[in-house]
Design a protein around this ligand. Structure first.
Ligand SMILES: Cc1ncc(COP(=O)(O)O)c(C=O)c1O
Length: 410
């Protein structure tokens, strides 16, 4: 016990053990001891190729090598390079009619953080699905906000639109404003996505709530950190659903080059805000710019410059697209093959469409994950409601038969 605690009360109790890195460390030890081929490491949230090496896109290397020093060494403007902001909007939204602007952020993490900080009051809660990327909780806590969750799935395995809308209604009643964060496509940690009907029902339900309470602001933030791992047309359709919204319903998207360009270490993302009222968009961007200035000052320049270098070169864009599609196929085929075998073996899993992960639901995640590690040298991450398996990290040849081996422990 310390005699003295220097931490202010709000800062006390933040330290949390990171389960993902802990399991990853154990898997690394096992690889050293038994050889990598005898270990199944489905813990890491980063895309590896079938040889276990980091899967990196060479179009991004080419673009990086083309940059002159003046293009990456100076500070970026606080709100991001104008070309980058324009290019992200045009890349993601194309001909989508609603006025919108983007601001460069410190990854999608920065985009989520700024949204939570600026669109909710201290003590308010933001809403997300009950399977969620755990830093959401850390962001809520660090920003002196709370997290409210709803069950992600209906009993039929669809996305629980009604649950999301109930929480928005509750937020409006309790705190006079609501922020709903939905992480699609390729949801971390289940791999679910919204069907076109679910997206439409969500849009219509939010519009109804907004119209019923015209003085209360509602924000929907789509966290699209895994954007290119889903089919581009489906993504476009998702964005095109969110049009014709009332003024008090704001539509935002968080984007990231971490997975999209395999530049996790560049720490660059974007927050795009969209509303039919340009004054609202401009005020938000101005506010976010000041807020970023006061948080991390300005976002790293190199990733922004690289994104635009590629986007503005037809050859590099074409090469990047091919590489993105190849990587998406690699990861999604591992996932599809695993869930097909899990179904055959009677191993439960959350509804999986595409993406890096899915969850194997159990009430004893820690015990089963420990046992799989000890008996089978299969390293998966125990989470609150199940065990997370990372298809992004598993070489294709290790997928075959894996579900059956795991099923024996459920
Ligand atoms: C759901 C989700 N959102 C956001 C992020 C953060 O991405 P970035 O590296 O751009 O901050 C991640 C990264 O793992 C993620 O899984």
């Amino acid at each position: 016990m310390h005699a003295m605690n220097h931490l202010a009360p709000h800062a006390i109790g933040k330290i949390e053990e990171d389960n993902i890195f802990k399991v990853g460390g154990k898997a690394r030890q096992a690889k050293e001891q038994f050889g990598a081929e005898n270990v199944v490491d489905g813990s890491i949230g980063i895309l590896l190729d079938d040889q276990g090496q980091l899967a990196l896109m060479s179009a991004v290397d080419t673009a990086t090598n083309q940059l002159k020093r003046e293009e990456y060494a100076p500070y970026a403007p606080i709100g991001g390079l104008p070309n980058f902001n324009e290019d992200v909007v045009s890349y993601l939204f194309g001909d989508h009619p609603t006025p919108k602007r983007a601001i460069a952020t410190a990854g999608a993490t920065g985009a989520v953080y700024q949204t939570v900080w600026n669109l909710l009051s201290v003590g308010d809660a933001f809403i997300t699905h009950d399977y969620y990327w755990s830093p959401y909780r850390a962001i809520a806590r660090n920003a002196l906000r709370k997290l409210a969750t709803f069950p992600t799935f209906t009993s039929e395995g669809g996305f629980n639109v009604a649950g999301a809308l109930d929480e928005v209604r509750r937020s409006l009643a309790i705190q006079e404003r609501a922020l709903l964060i939905i992480n699609v496509p390729c949801h971390n940690p289940t791999g679910m996505n919204l069907t076109a009907q679910e997206a439409q029902a969500l849009r219509d339900g939010l519009v109804d709530l907004a119209k019923a309470e015209p003085n209360k602001p509602i924000t929907l933030l789509i966290d699209g950190a895994y954007w290119e791992f889903e089919d581009a047309q489906k993504n476009k359709k998702l964005l095109d659903t969110f049009v014709g919204l009332p003024e008090n319903l704001l539509f935002c998207v968080a984007y990231s080059i971490s997975k999209s360009l395999t530049r996790y270490g560049f720490r660059v993302g974007s927050l795009i805000v969209s509303s039919d009222n340009r004054v609202i968009v401009d005020e938000l961007i101005g506010t976010l710019t000041s807020s970023i200035r006061a948080t991390w000052s300005n976002s790293p320049r190199i990733g922004q410059a690289v994104f635009s270098k590629i986007y503005r070169s037809p050859e590099l864009s074409e090469q990047l697209l091919k590489e993105q599609q190849a990587f998406a196929k690699l990861c999604n085929q591992r996932g599809a093959s695993f869930v097909a075998q899990a179904d055959a073996a009677g191993l439960p899993h959350t509804p999986y469409q595409n993406g890096f992960f899915t969850i194997l639901p159990t009430t004893e995640p820690q015990r089963i994950a420990d046992k799989l590690a000890a008996d089978e040298r299969i390293f998966l991450v125990p989470m609150k409601k199940g065990i997370r398996i990372a298809f992004c990290a598993l070489p294709t040849h290790q997928i075959d038969g894996l579900a059956k081996r795991i099923a024996a422990y459920f």
